[in-house]
Design a protein around this ligand. Structure first.
Ligand code: AP5
Length: 216
């Protein structure tokens, strides 16, 4: 399975991406996670990306396309398939991905779009807490950990993401509407099936719909 997960910040791409990856035994590739890791490690990519991420802006297309080329041409990690979470985000990225997938002869099977209203997105993002050790994601309103402030899986203290401030979230949503939402039409006019999923229900209900759409 080779698919793209599209959706606004907080729509549940990471949450559903992890469930889909487990269910179908494929690799989830999140450009956001890869960039945050690069920032943490202070790599050349991380140093270039940090200011864009902190401001809620997109990291330049050429940096993202170089990163994705490196990953998608690594057959070992993606041979069973992949879920692209947070990529592509602009038309040049989508066109670059088309070229890359044609080159490696691995066409997409589907695009899954998670639809959620802005007020719900803002609440979800303000309640998000993440584990800096194992990457598990919680939500103080919707998916709280069993012990407040602690990761259920490894016990580490949970943290808020640096770009989850109210001002940055407003900018991220605007950037999504302007640059990324138009990709829904881009894929609708391609041969890849596009599945629109109501993402404003509990995690399990959303996942059931994703599964049903992918198996239809
Ligand atoms: P990225 O990390 O991709 O962030 P995002 O797109 O803003 O998405 P989020 O991670 O905020 O949300 P999500 O949809 O994954 O939701 P989640 O499952 O976590 O990108 C960050 C930055 O990196 C960008 O701003 C940009 O600067 C840069 N970047 C990344 N990719 C790039 C690219 N391709 N090009 C250029 N720049 C790029 O859920 C959110 C919360 O809600 C969690 O707390 C979760 O527990 C909860 N939740 C999830 N589902 C539900 C549900 N059904 N009901 C209730 N709560 C739920």
């Amino acid at each position: 399975m080779k698919l793209i997960l599209l959706g606004a910040p907080g729509a549940g791409k990471g949450t559903q991406g992890a469930l889909i990856a487990k269910r179908y035994g494929v690799t989830r590739i999140s450009t956001g996670d890869l960039l945050r890791d690069a920032v943490r490690r202070g790599t050349p990519l991380g140093l270039k990306a940090k200011a864009f991420m902190d401001a809620g802006e997109l990291v330049p297309d050429d940096l993202i396309l170089d990163l994705m080329r490196e990953i998608l041409t690594d057959e070992e990690s993606t041979h069973a398939g992949f879920i692209l979470d947070g990529f592509p985000r602009t038309r040049p990225q989508a066109e670059g991905l088309d070229e890359l997938l044609a080159e490696i002869e691995r066409p997409l099977d589907a695009v899954v779009v998670l639809e959620v209203e802005d007020d719900v997105l803002v609440k979800r993002i303000s309640g998000r807490r993440a584990c800096p050790e194992c990457g598990a994601v919680y939500n103080v309103y919707f998916e709280p950990p069993s012990t407040e402030g602690r990761c259920d899986q490894c016990g580490a203290a949970l943290v808020e993401r640096a770009d989850d401030t109210a001002e940055t979230v407003r900018r991220r949503l605007a950037v999504y509407r302007e640059n990324t939402e138009p990709l829904i039409e881009y894929y609708r006019s391609s041969t890849t099936p596009v599945h629109m999923i109501d993402g404003d229900r509990d995690v399990e209900a959303v996942f059931r719909d994703v599964e049903e759409a992918l198996e239809r």
